[in-house]
Design a protein. Structure first.
Length: 369
């Protein structure tokens, strides 16, 4: 195979020329972590960009989920989706909380609000939905249910950086939202994440929790964890923030090219556009109908791989299929028919800012063969 491999994603990188002065400044300051200069600057810059009041930076996207559950003192059972990355449910397990899986909506791939109420028990304390592929959950319906039963709502918004609904940041929904800044995301700090909250006192508690619980030099107020982001990644993030809009626009152009061709191919279903949503084009999932398309999703996946094109079966398998969760009553396949059908038909095509016209044409050619 002589053709260059096309990866499913590629990191957004700041230029070394711009990054080196920041590194020199960090070396001169000799303050590498613990809420340093660049850390504070990035928190403020992200508040401004994302239009949120309070944000706490973390070392990855999983620790914010764990700390959100701690900060809100969530116990018992939490209703969530089986169609996500494993970190969503692992964060519950690490807090000794029982996940209760609910089936998803076939169009948005997000948790189906119509299925939530039937799963609420006296032990339910929260709902943890995921904005899958950056597509907004039905936040109004979810909030109505939460208000009715006195539940907290924590959104896993790992895919939803910069997403807005009718001009308003999706991160304002619920009690808290978390972000991932992993290298594969639209905006990255190599590894990193954040937790968004709505008031100063909650922000203070979160900052205690991510720093071992320290509230002062000799005062520890909670059994916290080390979840801090360092100065180097903070400086890296500040530079990436300057170019993220251009990267999102490049992703949109890739999505437009895909849509123009793929909407006319029998056996391939695309996600429906939602009016009023400002997308970030974090992923481009397609759903394969094997009878109409002429091959199964897995056959198509390996066909692309043979031609040097790396798709991703995302999310497959379901979280509920893993050995440590499949024993749960809510994980039984008959309780999750839509999620299972989607997981067995989805494949995400390569999607990133660096895909040129030639690469996209090569991908589309394989699909049309």
């Amino acid at each position: 195979m002589d053709e260059k491999q096309i990866t499913v994603t590629s990191p957004l990188l700041p230029s070394l020329e711009e990054f080196l002065p920041s590194l020199e400044d960090i070396w001169n300051r000799k303050w590498l972590t613990n809420n340093g200069y660049y850390h504070q600057k990035l928190e403020q810059a992200l508040c401004d960009y994302l239009q949120v009041p309070y944000i706490s930076l973390f070392t990855n996207g999983t620790i914010p989920l764990i700390c959100a559950l701690q900060a809100l003192r969530i116990t018992g059972e939490v209703i969530t989706t089986p169609y996500s990355f494993v970190a969503t449910t692992h964060s519950l397990w690490w807090n000794g909380i029982k996940p209760v899986f609910v089936d998803i909506d076939p169009n948005s791939c997000n948790i189906d609000p119509c299925k939530i109420e039937a799963s609420i028990t006296p032990r339910t304390t929260a709902i943890m939905p995921v904005h899958v592929y950056g597509k907004p959950c039905d936040i109004e319906s979810i909030q109505k249910i939460a208000d009715k039963y006195g539940l907290k709502v924590i959104y896993d918004a790992a895919h939803a950086f910069g997403v807005k609904v009718n001009g308003k940041s999706i991160l304002e929904a619920g009690d808290m939202s978390t972000l991932s800044f992993h290298a594969t995301k639209v905006f990255n700090t190599i590894e990193g994440g954040a937790l968004i909250c709505h008031d100063e006192s909650t922000k203070k508690r979160i900052d205690y929790l991510k720093n071992f619980g320290f509230a002062g030099e000799t005062t520890v107020v909670a059994p916290g964890i080390n979840g801090k982001m360092d100065e180097i990644r903070s400086a890296y993030g500040l530079l990436n923030l300057k170019q993220v809009d251009a990267a999102i626009m490049a992703r949109k152009q890739v999505a437009d090219m895909y849509c123009k061709t793929l909407r006319n191919i029998e056996g391939i279903r695309l996600m429906e556009e939602v009016s009023g949503v400002q997308h970030n084009y974090s992923y481009f999932p397609i759903f394969i109908d094997s009878e109409k398309f002429g091959m199964t999703r897995d056959e198509f996946y390996f066909k692309m791989k043979e031609h040097g094109i790396m798709g991703r079966r995302y999310f497959y398998p379901l979280i509920s299929e893993f050995s440590f969760y499949k024993g749960l009553e809510s994980a039984r396949p008959e309780n999750l028919p839509i999620a299972n059908q989607i997981a067995n038909s989805v494949i995400c095509l390569p999607m990133h800012h660096g895909l040129n016209h030639e690469c996209i044409e090569r991908i589309l050619k394989i699909i049309k063969l």
